[in-house]
Design a binder for this molecule. Structure first.
Ligand code: HEC
Length: 125
């Protein structure tokens, strides 16, 4: 009896500790995602801006390096899948399924910058 009661008491604690560990790892992963997106060439202001926009708006779902996560992998994929950049820009403006629309959050210029960043920098470093 005592042992059963002891077990019943312990398992929720282990569960809580497990949940805290998962939360901690998630927070660390989210924070590192903010800072470690591949560097854009410093002489291309639009790509540098694109890197910043990507880290702040896209990395949480698509991964810091565009390797995928909640959203699909972008690195090395998008330029092939969307030979015409305008098709990719339209998807980011309008959203698709669980992918949010960015027409209200980002300007047309910012969307072009981040789209170029996903095509020209991600998957190339
Ligand atoms: C809330 C999570 C989330 C955020 C934030 C997000 N995306 Fe997505 N994205 C998705 C999901 C999910 C899909 C898959 C949509 C589908 O095909 O149904 C997707 C699809 C895409 C695609 C098409 C990929 C393909 O293989 O066709 C591109 C390009 C894209 N996202 C770019 C971006 C960019 C750029 C940003 C930041 C400005 C961004 N996403 C922010 C979740 C997200």
């Amino acid at each position: 009896m005592v042992l059963v009661a002891f077990r019943r008491m312990r398992s929720p604690r282990i569960l809580a500790a497990g949940l805290m560990l998962v939360a901690g790892v998630t927070i660390v992963a989210a924070c590192s995602g903010e800072t470690s997106s591949p560097a854009a060439p410093a002489d291309d202001a639009a790509l540098v801006q694109g890197q910043q926009i990507y880290s702040q708006n896209c990395a949480s779902c698509h991964g810091a390096s565009g390797q995928g996560g909640y959203g699909p992998k972008l690195a090395g994929v998008v330029a092939v899948k969307y030979p015409n950049i305008d098709d990719q820009i339209a998807l980011i403006i309008n959203g698709k399924g669980a992918m949010p629309a960015f027409s209200k959050k980002l300007s047309a210029e910012q969307i072009t910058s981040v789209t170029r960043y996903t095509r020209e920098v991600l998957g190339k470093n």
